[in-house]
Design a protein around this ligand. Structure first.
Ligand SMILES: NC(=O)C1=CN([C@@H]2O[C@H](COP(=O)(O)OP(=O)(O)OC[C@H]3O[C@@H](n4cnc5c(N)ncnc54)[C@H](OP(=O)(O)O)[C@@H]3O)[C@@H](O)[C@H]2O)C=CC1
Ligand SMILES: O=C(CO)COP(=O)(O)O
Length: 330
């Protein structure tokens, strides 16, 4: 029997980049999208007309509308925005996902429910096996074959290693972890902090201020991760420190860019109305704050980002408030 394809659900920037890199590694891939023109163009012209247009999609990748045949997938990568995951999993259906390895690639927390991606999967298909892919990885870099290392978490190291072997390629190197909670929180929270660091840059508060926010963000994450059942040590990883560093320093990060524009004086509405790309942190910020409240963890930077998004204060005022907090040891 010929090799069953890996299904990649979501033909946006990250889904297309992952499909292409898996194809380059010799894997058979089915890329599932919802846009007819994109599907046709990928199959006929080997490029996604909406995302990463410069990339010639590897010949191992086929695209299709919807999820036909997904029950036979070797593994499934879920690569839609965090707020869309539940609807997509529900549409695919619990039965077709049962017993399958599902690699959750979104870096976000669900609004209203405060759920992580693996919790959403457990509700949508209790018999599916959750894995989490996270770490410093811009789609454009991965798609262009630039060297990238990421974290792949599963219920156990042994389980994670099987998926690592399936996804690894010459330029894409996953490291295994058994801390699903820590890894998915790291990915979601770094987007909130990227908004803060972007705003600091946009307001020209200086590189020293930006690094201070990054370091304090790293310290802020630990107690929340631990309170929610993850391991603080998981933050010393590609998914933790690695992604925080990338997203908090690069204008290529959509979250950083969104924050930058806020810091430079635009409002959330202006940025959204201008057709800004997906910035997961905008949706995850209120969830992060609610979780910090729920677990009684001090999270002044997440609080500040929420105030910034709500238009309650400019970043300059919020940083001044952070500077006025009681002095203490690190
Ligand atoms: N881009 C990156 O560098 C990285 C992104 N990620 C994470 O991956 C996730 C996806 O990001 P990314 O691919 O960049 O985002 P994009 O905005 O580039 O793409 C999102 C894709 O999901 C599709 N989609 C949106 N809503 C639905 C829905 N309800 N049902 C079906 N499909 C839907 C979109 O379809 P349509 O085009 O038709 O709107 C689009 O193809 C995010 O959580 C992000 O944080 C993680 C690492 C790197
Ligand atoms: O997660 C990412 C890089 O690791 C992509 O970041 P943005 O979603 O901010 O562009």
């Amino acid at each position: 029997m010929s090799e069953q394809p890996i299904y990649v659900v979501g033909a946006g920037a990250w889904g297309s980049a992952l499909a292409h890199t898996l194809g380059l590694a010799g894997r058979k891939v089915m890329l599932c999208g919802r846009d007819e023109v994109a599907i046709r163009t990928i199959n006929e012209e080997r490029r996604n007309p909406h995302y990463l247009k410069m990339v010639e999609m590897d010949a191992h990748v086929t695209a299709q509308l919807g999820y036909a045949g997904i029950e036979k997938a070797q593994a499934i990568l879920l690569v839609v925005p965090a707020q869309a995951s539940r609807a997509v999993l529900t549409e695919i259906g619990a039965e077709r996902l049962a017993g399958k390895s599902i690699v959750l690639c979104a870096k976000g927390l669900e609004k209203d429910t405060l759920k992580r991606q693996s919790e959403i999967l457990a509700e949508a298909s209790p018999k599916a096996h959750a894995f989490v892919l996270s770490g410093p990885s811009f789609a454009v870099d991965v798609a262009q074959g630039k060297p990238t290392a990421v974290t792949l978490a599963g219920e156990s190291i042994e389980a994670a290693r099987k998926i690592v072997d399936l996804l690894a390629g010459p330029t894409f190197r996953p490291y295994s972890s058994d801390d699903i909670v820590g890894v998915e929180l790291a990915g979601a929270l770094k987007n909130i902090y990227a908004l803060a660091c972007g705003a600091v840059d946009g307001a020209e508060l200086g590189l020293s201020a930006r690094s201070s926010i990054m370091a304090r963000a790293f310290a802020e994450m630990g107690p929340l991760v631990e309170a929610m059942g993850g391991a603080k040590e998981s933050l010393n990883s590609l998914a933790g420190l690695g992604d925080l560093t990338l997203s908090c320093t690069a204008r290529e990060s959509r979250n950083f860019d969104f924050g930058y524009r806020l810091g430079a004086g635009e409002s959330v509405a202006q940025i959204v109305d201008s057709g800004a790309k997906l910035a997961e942190g905008v949706h995850s910020s209120p969830v992060g704050l609610a979780l910090a409240d729920k677990y009684q963890v001090d999270a002044p930077i997440i609080k500040a980002v929420n105030a910034l998004l709500a238009g309650q204060a400019p970043i300059e005022g919020l940083v001044a408030q952070l500077m006025a907090r009681p002095l203490r040891s690190e």
